[in-house]
Design a protein around this ligand. Structure first.
Ligand code: VGL
Ligand code: ZN
Length: 198
């Protein structure tokens, strides 16, 4: 089994100064760059929303960022506008070594569905295509790093484990948002799913 590094959403909007900044989000960049050469493949994901996306609080009358609404696919946290396609906020952090990536996977482009996981959108059934790519390349062992631990990293890791991958999350190379205990809950869900958290 060959081993892929999946770098989740290391984008300007999730770094200090960005629209949905994760505390210390940029601190992981040098460490991520340093381990890229240790893997058979490097995959970067990019949160990539159209303007007016349904996960933005600004798209819901009377709602504020971090409120929750009921979507056809279940509860959805509303976020500040972030990672709008083509914007500076959606670009990768400028010190991330993007040239080393084999694949850049964009997610969250459907206006009506958010996509935390790199594998499935938040309806938990629409595939992003990543599973097919990994299978065809024989990449069965995955290490996940990036932002944010409790949302996109956590959901990706749980989906990967359920799909049968051998999954490790490098906590030292992740940072979390921790909204109402979401970090502890995500660590719990990952552990339950068989993700190795190191
Ligand atoms: C993320 C909230 C909204 C993430 C993306 O990358 O963790 N979180 N969109
Ligand atoms: Zn998003």
């Amino acid at each position: 089994m060959t081993h892929a590094l999946i770098v989740i959403d290391v984008q300007n909007d999730f770094c200090p100064g960005g629209a949905l900044a994760v505390p210390d989000g940029d601190a992981i960049v040098p460490g991520i760059n340093a381990i890229m050469r240790d893997f058979d493949a490097v995959i970067l994901t990019q949160d990539w929303h159209p303007a007016g996306h349904s996960s933005f609080a600004s798209s819901h009358e009377g709602k504020a960022p971090f409120d929750t609404v009921e979507m056809p696919y279940g509860p959805q946290v509303l976020w500040p506008d972030h990672c709008v396609q083509g914007s500076h906020g959606a670009a990768f952090h400028d010190r991330l070594a993007t040239d080393s990536a084999d694949l850049v996977l964009r997610k969250g482009h459907d206006p009506a569905i958010d996509s935390y996981s790199a594998f499935f959108e938040n309806d938990q059934e629409t595939p992003t295509g990543l599973h097919g790519y990994l299978q065809l390349r024989g990449l069965g062992t995955l290490t996940l790093v990036g932002l944010a631990t409790d949302f996109c990293v956590g959901f990706s890791a749980v989906d990967a484990a359920r799909l049968g991958y051998d999954v490790t999350v490098r906590q030292d190379l992740c940072r979390g948002i921790d909204l109402d205990g979401s970090l502890g809950a995500a660590l719990e869900r990952m552990a339950q799913a068989g993700v190795q958290i190191v």
